[in-house]
Design a protein around this ligand. Structure first.
Ligand code: MEV
Length: 450
């Protein structure tokens, strides 16, 4: 492949078609095929396409993920169908299976502790800390007044700035202080709101510190103003519970043994970071899929959940399990900073559809729904891991993915699905079976012994 002209200046100024032409010409083996592929992913409605183009810079195409739905989630007495945008096979099926299982056992119980978020003005100061504290006390009304224009709408919706606190962090870094500001942002995630408030307050802080007799010589320097994606107060708890005897799913398993093994599996993730990482990854399969489908920031949610998982210094499971007096309880507690207004919610038609399918929930309700999705996913994974093993459930979709890679026809897929119904479809064996069915040579590289 030619890699001659990969540097480019002024790329962002090019038209979309010029960007696509450059990408295809300079980066792809077959530019014409690249152009055709990109064109085929274009939305047929120009206005919708333009809206997608304008979400980010340098857009060249749309990137599809499947949107699946997992029905039968009974959460706080209400039944939901969860929209899930995810590429990983078996996540949606697992969610739906767990949802159905718990539907018959009282469903999921979600409680939101709070939706408080935090932002910081990070600054350095080399003067008298007590003069700085006195300055902050004096200028707090002024700091709040500086944000009034920004907070007016939020205050009308019952939100706004909750508190301001000076934090002395000199034990962590020379001269390091923070102004920690707590916010209530109601149904919006609030990132822009929080950052705007902090930046306005920082202007006042800078000016007042430079002119105040007690602090002027302390050389206060604002390093940055930013919300924190760690939102440990923005916490939701979701749990399922039933009598151990009711864990019986008709498969003939020993429910006492299952409950004990399941609890032990959770315990392993509580004490062992290697396992906790995979365990929590499975939880995020459920969480991210709904976060993404509802137009929320899955990177922020991921970051917060993993920080929370390591809040005592060791990375641990986000879920917990207890067995007491014959009752099985399984729960998750996670920080989820979400929005159901603002951001993509008004702009992305599929996000609007996903929120409508959920009954247009507010942020708190969505926190409860998404926590249930994570818990359901973890239940499905642990149930499989502690009983049949994880591969059995993965294999059906795995087989389909291999057959799709081989471009099998519907009839071939049906025949090979039946053939592998009672066998583990290892890649090489699927390829061999497919080749036999088509009557074509089996590739040697697959290393299949015939
Ligand atoms: C795979 O995406 C997720 C699992 O590995 C989670 C787990 O092991 O708990 C199945």
């Amino acid at each position: 492949m030619k890699r001659s002209n990969l540097q480019i200046r002024g790329f962002s100024k090019l038209s979309k078609s010029a960007k696509i032409a450059w990408l295809s010409q300079e980066h792809l083996k077959d530019p014409a095929m690249g152009l055709a592929l990109i064109a085929s992913y274009n939305h047929s409605d120009d206005a919708v396409q333009q809206r997608h183009d304008e979400f980010i810079e340098n857009t060249v195409a749309n990137y599809f993920l499947p949107l699946g739905v997992a029905p039968n989630f009974l959460i706080n007495g209400q039944v939901y169908t969860l929209p899930m945008a995810i590429e990983e096979s078996s996540v949606v099926a697992a969610a739906a299976k767990s949802a159905q299982f718990w539907m018959d056992r009282g469903g999921f119980h979600s409680t939101v502790h709070s939706t408080t978020k935090v932002g910081h003005i990070h600054f350095t100061f080399n003067g008298d800390a007590s003069a700085l504290a006195a300055l902050l006390d004096r200028i707090t009304p002024e700091l709040l007044a500086a944000t009034e224009g920004i907070t007016a709408n939020m205050r009308a919706r019952g939100g706004g700035i909750l508190s301001l606190e000076l934090k002395d962090r000199r034990e962590a870094m020379d001269g390091y202080f923070q102004l920690e500001v707590r916010f209530e942002t109601r149904d919006s995630m609030g990132a822009n709101f929080i950052n705007s408030c902090l930046e306005e307050m920082a202007k006042v802080l800078r000016l007042e510190a430079a002119t105040d007799a007690g602090t002027a010589s302390g050389d206060l320097e604002v390093v940055m103003c930013i919300l924190s994606n760690y939102t440990p107060e923005c916490l939701v708890h979701c749990e399922v519970r039933c009598a151990i005897a009711d864990l019986d799913d008709g498969s003939g398993m020993d429910v006492q043994e299952f409950a004990r093994k399941f609890q032990r599996a959770v315990r392993i993730a509580e004490v062992e970071p290697y396992r906790a990482t995979t365990h929590n990854k499975g939880i995020m399969n459920g969480i991210d899929a709904v976060v993404l489908a509802t137009g929320n920031d899955f990177r922020a949610v991921e970051a917060a959940c993993h920080t929370y998982a390591s809040r005592d210094g060791q990375y641990r499971s986000l879920t917990h399990c207890s067995i007491e007096e014959g009752e099985f309880r399984f729960w998750i507690e996670i920080p989820l900073s979400l929005g159901t207004v603002g951001g993509l919610t008004k702009l992305h038609p599929m996000v609007q559809l996903a929120l409508e399918a959920l009954g247009n929930p507010g942020a708190k309700e969505l926190m409860g729904i998404i926590a249930a999705s994570g818990l359901a996913q973890n239940f499905a994974a642990l149930r499989a891991l502690t009983t049949t093993g994880i591969q059995k459930g993965h294999m059906k979709m795995h087989l389909l993915n291999i057959l799709n890679q081989l471009e099998a026809s519907d009839a071939e897929k049906a025949e090979l699905t039946a053939f592998f119904a009672d066998k583990v479809p290892h890649h090489a064996e699927v390829v061999a079976a497919f080749c036999r069915l088509r009557g074509i040579p089996i590739p040697q590289a697959e290393g299949v012994v015939r």
